[in-house]
Design a protein around this ligand. Structure first.
Ligand code: 4AD
Ligand code: MG
Length: 431
């Protein structure tokens, strides 16, 4: 008998097959038992009919506890009532391991309890769906950048320099030297772009931010493309095409998962390039005109500001040209103004906040040196970076997309802690 996965069942309609699975839920009467099975590839209902399987097997089915592992055999049958489309008419059950008192039952549990049991919570239908969407976003990321001539480059995680400012670094020792866990691979990606043209990285980044919001993780994954001979306006086009590709890929390949999450897909279907652009100046004016008198030109947006701006659009929106004072040292000044830089944050719809930060980079040697000094950065740690603007410097731009915020938005998760398998949060390093 062929051993298959739930995801493969459609190819075996009418045949008797064997599955390795766990019991996620069960319902039974005196004559029939319905087992909700999961095997990682999907979820399916298995039906055990007493009159067909006999007393002994039926008794086994009725006694199965939640999360018991088993091999089950049965016939694959079409089932129009379920969105999966198939069910299994059981002919045999071989229990592998009986699970007793699985802590996460179908009833409601509090967030802290679920987070303490994250290693088990991952098995739930909802968490399974979010992880599958995360996987699709990762797949579509590689697809997009490979199809568009980018080379994947892996920047180091242990570093001696900080691209995004020094306040939120995780310090560690590198033998006798001071080192930091990477908060962004950008500076290394700039070096790589000068060698390979268009590059992207995809790796973990670390920020010792004391923020406890639904958008902040201490450890998160970032995709950082960097492009030589690329002006900022051109980079925005890459960004909107990339994000639209992510959304359209999830819509196409994760229909069951979106349905399980009860995601409103009409909102996602509208996400197509181009995305609107507004200047930081206009965003401040709009906020001040719409009841937000707590923010002045020169200040950074808080979550309520971003959410209010995003609510005016059905698309993600670019806020462009922020004041120089609230952005990192490496951003290229605006050609006609010295108070703003050529940068943009992409704000996701539906209150998910900033998902991309990007900019054109300075490539003038003297200006870069001056900016490093103005930011009181350790010049010796940035010496290699400064050399990039010494040997054949070119206009170049890049950006960073936060994976978990993007997964949270597309899947409709309430909080980024559900969009990464084992979140690192303020006050949480377990499990
Ligand atoms: O805006 P950020 O800080 O930009 C950079 O790090 C640039 N060096 C990227 C580049 O140009 N190569 O971070 C980029 C994105 C944010 O827009 C957000 O999506 C995500 O990373 N992000 C976080 N996600 C979860 N938790 C946090 N604490 C995050 N901080 C940033
Ligand atoms: Mg940012």
């Amino acid at each position: 008998m062929k051993k298959i996965t739930i995801a493969e069942m459609a190819k075996y309609n009418g045949q008797t097959v064997k599955l390795g699975a766990w019991v996620s839920n069960k319902r039974s009467s005196g004559k029939i038992a319905f087992l909700q099975l999961r095997d990682g590839s999907g979820f399916v209902q298995a039906v055990v009919v007493k009159a067909e399987v006999g007393d002994e097997l039926f008794a086994t089915a009725k006694s199965l506890t939640q999360e018991t592992s088993l091999y089950v055999t049965g016939e694959v049958k079409e089932d129009e009532r379920s969105s999966f489309g198939y069910e299994l008419a059981v002919t045999g059950i071989e229990v592998i391991h009986e699970a007793k008192d699985f802590p996460i039952t179908p009833k409601e549990h509090g967030t802290e309890f679920l987070m303490d049991n994250r290693h088990l919570w991952l098995r739930s239908r909802k968490q399974h769906a979010i992880m599958k969407i995360r996987n699709e976003i990762i797949r579509a990321t590689y697809e997009f950048f490979n199809d568009n001539g980018f080379v994947k480059v892996d920047p180091p995680i242990l570093t001696g320099s900080a691209p995004e400012g020094t306040s939120e670094l995780f310090a560690t020792k590198y033998f006798d030297e001071d080192a930091y866990l990477s908060q962004s691979g950008q500076l290394y990606m700039e070096a790589a772009a000068m060698a390979l043209g268009k590059v992207f990285s995809f790796g973990p980044t670390f920020r010792a931010e004391k923020s406890k919001t639904r958008r902040h993780l201490i450890e998160f994954w970032m995709i950082e493309p960097e492009m030589a001979f690329m002006e900022h306006a051109e980079s925005l086009k890459v960004q909107e095409q990339y994000v639209a590709h992510l959304v359209q890929s999830v819509l196409k390949n994760c229909q069951l998962e979106l349905e399980r999450l009860e995601r409103d897909t009409t909102k996602l279907e509208k996400i197509k390039a181009p995305f609107p652009r507004i200047t930081y100046d206009d965003a401040i004016k709009w906020l001040n005109d719409n009841g937000f008198d707590d923010i002045k030109w020169g200040e950074d947006f808080g979550a309520p500001h971003e959410t209010a701006i995003a609510e005016s659009y059905e698309m993600p929106v670019f806020i462009i040209n922020y004041p120089i004072g609230i952005k990192p040292f490496y951003m290229q000044p605006h050609p006609d103004r010295d108070d703003v830089v050529l940068c943009a944050d992409m704000i996701a719809p539906e209150g998910y906040g900033e998902i991309i930060g990007g900019s054109e980079r300075i490539y003038d040697y003297d200006l870069m040196k001056q900016r490093i000094q103005e930011h009181n950065l350790d010049e010796s740690a940035y010496a290699w970076y400064l050399e990039l603007s010494k040997y054949g410097a070119v206009p170049h731009s890049g950006f960073g997309l936060g994976l978990e915020r993007t997964v949270a938005w597309i899947s409709g998760a309430e909080h980024v802690r559900e969009s990464i398998p084992f979140p690192r949060l303020l006050n949480r390093l377990y499990p």
